[in-house]
Design a protein around this ligand. Structure first.
Ligand code: PMP
Length: 396
């Protein structure tokens, strides 16, 4: 049917205007392309997804099983179970009234933006940023204001760049430390310097996404620990997905001032209600369980990081800084691009010609780079590096 015929048909599907600005995530697109190639029988090495290859710990699964058998299978309070909120409050040294549990850290972020943004409100995104941030802001009616933070600046926002981006319409600054995709961690001193600027702009609130806090290879400090004066206008976001390898359980949390949490609970109450009861019991077991497991896994990630950084830096045209946390590297591929080629073209070429899937920097707002996840087995990483090496060395 031609487009104009569709437009005339009153039963034709029309998405809401608020979805107009968002597109299928580039990460999803690459994963789908990798799947098509796999279905054609090709041996694709996907290094494109941010999901630990470890299993959820057995004691967590056992706790979920016992909770289900004990009848924890009903709706919970919208804000989360008292036991889990208490454990989260203790973990972060805060009050229960400051805690909301949601269906993954992603829903915490979406709740916060939907509950606070009015049309035209601005959200500052130090760039590169996790792909979903900008689209979430758009869906909530806001305007993403991207601030380039290049590799030479350690992929971090400077106080001067922050101040230059603030307008009377700014509602939020969204920080992510350790960062997806760059792995950058803000030190206490860097946070304090940003806070000094923010103290002059009381209308600007801070979302500090600390979902990778337990995956730090250098000292990590929470935003409110380094800038306690800003706690009354900061939302800390975290969860069990990454550190405990619990991506599918969908439990994340937000910690912030009680009125903000209350607004987020109202919204959640009319959309998804409380997060899954059994998954909340599992997250409680994770928080109360032994922590040596986190340290052991972090050490494994650090070993992989070192191998991947060294491997990539040995390749012609690739320059890979050392990430301080999370499980990604975000190297520059500027010197490996062919004339007129974008990072998207480059990644498509790598996938087609080497069967290695990585994500172009433009998906994170910063072109000329790609993101490679090292949340994969050593075998996959070795195979991926070897293929990239063979291919790029031939090209050079
Ligand atoms: N924040 C960042 C920076 C992430 O990378 C991710 C997951 N890729 C999330 C939030 C979402 O976490 P969850 O799976 O708990 O929703």
């Amino acid at each position: 049917m031609p487009d104009d015929a569709l437009a005339m048909d009153p039963s034709a599907f029309r998405a809401a205007d608020r979805l107009g600005g968002i597109e299928l995530s580039e990460i999803v697109r690459i994963s789908e392309r990798a799947k098509v190639l796999r279905d054609q029988g090709r041996d694709v090495v996907a290094l494109s997804t941010g999901e630990p290859d470890f299993p959820t710990p057995d004691f967590v699964i056992e706790a979920a099983h016992q909770a289900a058998l004990a009848g924890e299978t009903r709706y919970t309070a919208t804000v989360g179970t008292p036991a889990l909120r208490e454990a989260i409050a203790q973990e972060h040294g805060r009050q229960m009234a400051e805690v909301i549990v949601s269906t993954g850290a992603k829903q915490v972020l979406a709740n916060a933006l939907m509950a606070t943004l009015n049309p035209g409100d601005e959200v500052i995104l130090p760039t590169p940023f996790w792909t979903s941030y900008a689209d979430m802001v758009v869906v909530a009616g806001g305007r993403p204001v991207t601030v380039p933070c290049p590799m030479e600046a350690g992929f971090k926002l400077s106080p001067a760049a922050l101040e230059a981006a603030i307008t009377p319409k700014t509602r939020w600054l969204m920080l992510n430390s350790p960062s997806n995709p760059s792995g950058a961690i803000y030190s206490a001193r860097e946070i304090a310097a940003l806070a000094e600027v923010l103290e002059r702009y009381p209308q600007v609130w801070v979302i500090s996404d600390e979902i990778y806090a337990h995956l730090s290879f250098s000292p990590f400090v929470s935003f409110t620990a380094a800038a306690p004066a800003l706690a009354p206008r900061t939302l800390i976001v975290s969860g069990v997905s990454k550190a405990w390898a619990m991506t599918g359980w969908r439990i994340g949390w937000g910690i912030g001032p009680a009125p903000l949490i209350k607004a987020m609970v109202s919204l959640q109450g009319q959309s998804t209600s409380g997060a899954c009861s059994v998954a909340q019991a599992a997250a409680l077991a994770a928080l109360n369980g032994p922590r040596d497991l986190l340290r052991d896994r972090c050490a494994i990630f650090q070993t992989r990081r070192d191998k991947v950084v060294a491997g990539l830096n040995a390749l012609p045209g690739i320059a890979c800084p050392v990430p301080d946390g999370a499980f990604y590297v975000f190297p520059s591929c500027k010197d490996a691009l062919r004339k007129g080629e974008s990072d998207g073209d480059f990644c498509a070429r790598l996938l087609d010609e080497t069967d290695v899937a990585v994500v172009p920097g433009r998906a994170f707002g910063l072109s000329g780079h790609f993101r490679l996840s090292f949340a994969y087995s050593d075998d996959a990483l070795d195979a991926g590096l070897a293929r990239l090496g063979d291919y790029l060395n031939k090209e050079a």
